[in-house]
Design a protein around this ligand. Sequence first.
Ligand code: ATP
Length: 361
Amino acid sequence: MANVTLRNVRKTYTGGFEAIKGVNVDVADGQFCVLVGPSGCGKSTLLRMVAGLETVTGGEIDIGGRVVNQIEPADRDIAMVFQNYALYPHMSVYNNMAYGLRNRGMAETEVKSRVEEAARVLELTSMLERKPRQLSGGQRQRVAMGRAIVRQPKVFLFDEPLSNLDAKLRIAMRVEIRKLQRRLNTTSIYVTHDQLEAMTLADVLVVMNGGQVEQVGNPLAIYEKPATTFVASFIGAPPMNLMSTRADEIKSQLNGAATEAGILGIRPEDFVITDQTPAGGVALPLTVEAIERVGAETFIYGSREQEEQRVAATPGELPPGEVIVRIPGTEAPAIGARIRVAAIRPKLHLFSGDGRTRLEA
Ligand SMILES: Nc1ncnc2c1ncn2[C@@H]1O[C@H](COP(=O)(O)OP(=O)(O)OP(=O)(O)O)[C@@H](O)[C@H]1O
């Protein structure tokens, strides 16, 4: 059991590319921390630095009160689960799990007891004699987990462990990993580019962009109060609608301070279809361009009457003038219909014109 603290951690690769530009993160003992961000944001680099697989070019990595910058991976008391599982194909499931323990010279009775306990927890007991090729993707993933568990490390590190699984199995394994982590109560750091996986797994969510941390916190708190337009559009699908507060129709509905802000954000589910303009809210006329019915809810893609300038570049950015509205149920207006949608003040997000600062609505 251990906390993990990153203090102003930096990484410049040979050749001069600065992949990590001063990251501070604190993961308390037993917490599940998820690093999320788009491809190339540096999340794998950061995880590999914690593991000791990449050198640290600045700052400190502290595991359980000990700075580990100069400590070999094998001596850091961590266990890593990789995307490709990295199982030995010629060894049985049992031997795959036992290998690392035997390498450390552990007595065979202790090896047996740890492997059998991990197999029981992971429901692999009946498969211990099989080779990896005789297992499904999900079972291989569990063997990879088992190999980490038997080590009884202070910290688990996961590098996109579910990305080779199909959508259904990903969800099942996501739930399994969370249950297992709660049971073992082992501090964990998990890398993914999937914001939904990140939201559902994390105690502490770290949203990264361009080698820096955009926001750290509880996933729901981040969803409710994103610090930047990058976070606003990366966390949540479909993404938050972002529009310029200087568009005439919007400016007329916001008070002075708010119109100075620059960018107004409204999540698709925070709109209602209504002819009223709620006090302290914003209403928009839309022409319905497309409808998607997804089981119990419906997405309406609407266009605003007026063209507007593009707002600060963000990952899930919608085309200018397009608004997504998410409503429960399957009843929806017809394509081409003109509707009005509105959202009230607690659901309005305001950001500075460059998208870098959240302002009070
Ligand atoms: N050995 C290396 N030398 C130079 N640059 C590297 C090296 N490894 C990674 N990079 C660069 O560092 C940046 C961060 O890479 P990293 O693999 O950490 O990103 P990531 O967020 O994990 O992305 P992905 O989700 O695609 O794996 C990228 O721009 C990448 O090209």
